[in-house]
Design a protein around this ligand. Structure first.
Ligand code: Q9C
Ligand code: ZN
Length: 341
């Protein structure tokens, strides 16, 4: 399997995030992607190539123009006033508040940002667009003779919605690739999100559409980020009614619990008649993950990959979360080798 990867990912290099009031070193760091790349090479998964540049058109198919303009210019606006300090919001618009479009830096951030884990810095836009290009380049490979590809994206994407960022995510790489796959002429694409956290951004982007089935297996949002979405009763709306499936699992879930959820997810995707699959590949379901509470072991990821392969459709893997850095290379690549076995 070919891997697509951009060296620009290092430009997103947050010093800190806030977790339950504590300022801590960011769990989402460049080393994550470096170790996955090392593992790709160690097992000779296949060639590693750099992405082509697709510009903003495919990004604007799933993100609002205002939001994209904001992301592209936020650092300049912020740093002109505040200097080279990672940008976090000062305030969020309360419910029922005025929709006034203040461009004061800390306030504007609050209009688009959902949490305190995802600071904007000088290289955020370059890194985020490199991630989108990575997903798009890999999609073209998976859509061709290869039938599969690995987009080693960083920063991740699945928490980014049409007009918001957060959860370490700025642009929704998986959604951008799924939309671009449809735009190449497919009628039905499925997104399977196996990251430990609910893929809220992806669900939201395709919420009212019947051409993209979104399925996410994740920790119960009653207890876990992103808290405000990921419940089983969120099944899509309008034309999209019935085209979203959430499978929340309890803290402590191991593969004995995970396997039936994955089987249900894959049965739904097969029943939908997906012509292609985008996998939002987070490996923060690993037992050793420092911010998560599932209990998968290294070998479970191989099984997961082999199980996903049973669908028998062109498949694009897009890297999402996973923070047990010394294991994420093994776990992510286990999914890919399991898929190819
Ligand atoms: N204890 C991804 O895995 N911090 N994002 C939550 C709650 C944000 C995870 C802290 C976690 C975002 C792509
Ligand atoms: Zn995650």
């Amino acid at each position: 399997m070919k891997t697509v990867h951009s060296p620009h990912h290092v430009l997103q290099n947050a010093e800190a995030e806030f977790i339950r009031g504590r300022k801590v070193p960011s769990f989402e760091m460049p080393r994550r992607a470096e170790l996955v790349l090392e593992r790709v090479n160690a097992v000779s998964l296949g060639p590693v190539i750099e992405p082509k540049s697709f510009g903003t058109d495919p990004i604007l198919k799933v993100h609002d123009r205002d939001f994209v303009t904001f992301l592209a210019t936020a650092w300049e606006t912020w740093s002109t006033e505040n200097g080279p300090i990672d940008a976090f919001p000062n305030a969020w618009p309360p419910p029922r508040s005025s929709r006034v479009r203040t461009n004061r830096p800390g306030a504007e951030l609050g209009r688009y940002c959902i949490d305190l884990s995802s600071p904007i810095m000088a290289g955020t836009w370059t890194a985020a667009t490199a991630g989108a290009d990575t997903a798009l380049t890999a999609m073209e490979i998976a859509a061709g003779a290869d039938k599969c590809a690995f987009a080693l994206c960083r920063p991740p994407g699945h928490h980014a919605g049409r007009d918001y960022f957060g959860g370490y995510c700025f642009l929704n790489n998986a959604a951008i690739a799924a939309q671009a796959w449809l735009d190449r002429g497919l009628d039905k694409v499925a997104v399977l999100d196996v990251d430990y956290h609910h893929g809220n951004g992806t669900q939201d982007i395709f919420h009212d559409r019947a051409d993209v089935l979104t399925v996410s297996i994740h920790a119960d949002p009653q207890h876990e980020y992103p808290y405000y979405s990921g419940y089983a009763d969120e099944t899509g709306e309008g034309e999209g009614a019935g085209f979203n499936l959430n499978i929340p699992l309890a803290w402590g879930s191991d593969y004995a619990t995970y396997a039936p959820a994955l089987a249900e997810a894959l049965a739904r995707i097969a029943g939908f008649g997906a012509e292609a699959l985008v996998v939002s590949l987070g490996v923060d379901t690993f037992g050793g993950d420092p911010i998560s509470r599932f209990r998968l072991v290294n070998a479970d990821f191989t099984t997961m990959g082999r199980t996903i392969a049973s669908l028998g459709i062109p498949t694009l893997f897009v890297m999402e979360g996973g923070y047990a850095v010394e294991d994420i290379g093994v776990n992510a690549v286990n999914v890919l080798t399991g898929f190819e076995a």
